[in-house]
Design a protein around this ligand. Sequence first.
Ligand SMILES: [Zn+2]
Length: 154
Amino acid sequence: MLVERIWVGNTGRNFNYLVACPAGGEALVVDPYDGAQCVAAAKANGWRIAQIVNIHEHSDHIAGNATVVAATGAKVLAHAQAAARITGIDRTIGHGDVVAVGSSVRLEVLATPGHTPAHVCLLGSGAAPALFSGDTLFNAGAGNCRAGGDPAIL
Ligand SMILES: [Zn+2]
């Protein structure tokens, strides 16, 4: 599994992630904020973006969807409970689902409600495991619930 972390430089201090299959270069974008930056990074690596996963529905995790879809035709994946706030979901995902990226990368979907009811994490296992935790974890602690979440569930 190849991973590129992209600092977007916004006030929310977000990162975008590209996850790619080393065999063939198919890629997935996690939470595009700056879609053009994601498309450019994939192109620079020789990767082809086929999917987007929105970890949850807040605007700083979905703002770049339209740009990435327009440039690549990528399919949009998100939890069904996020459908009212994310336009153009092609596949709903939930706990236990697996998102394949190319022939060698498998990301397990973990339901992690609390920050929002629709929040999920992606767990990639294997030789270089990685957890894409979105707003479940922040630098200073667990995710806040001020924008639609539930502290008891978190
Ligand atoms: Zn959020």
